[in-house]
Ligand binder design. Sequence first.
Ligand code: 5GP
Ligand code: ZN
Length: 113
Amino acid sequence: MEDCLFCKIIAGKIPAKKVYEDDKVLVFEDITPQAPTHLLIIPKQHIIGLKEARPEDAEILGYCQLVAAKLGRERNIEDGYRTVYNVGARSGQSVFHLHLHLIGGRDMKWPPG
Ligand code: 5GP
Ligand code: ZN
């Protein structure tokens, strides 16, 4: 999608610290990390957000979670991390290309703000 920040990162038009890439997803460091590990896992296909996902997106949604679990293992943060979708502007969603936050490496509070 032309005007999408994350599509531009996928296309290499905007730089990002890439952590992992395959044919389905790209993972890169969040530019404003909220924890020692703060990665964004994004599908290469443009999906606006979780509430816009369709039944045929089920596989890529599950795949993003499994990639997060793999990276959580590799980064030794399995003692506690979060995978988070912000959904809609009121939740704080600011980029409208689906992205799963992987946040860890510090103690977490509950409930999240
Ligand atoms: P949201 O608030 O939509 O759930 O998450 C968007 C995330 O994207 C934020 O955590 C923000 O720091 C990150 N972000 C925004 N612009 C950029 C950018 O240009 N590069 C990177 N790497 N992250 C970005
Ligand atoms: Zn996009």
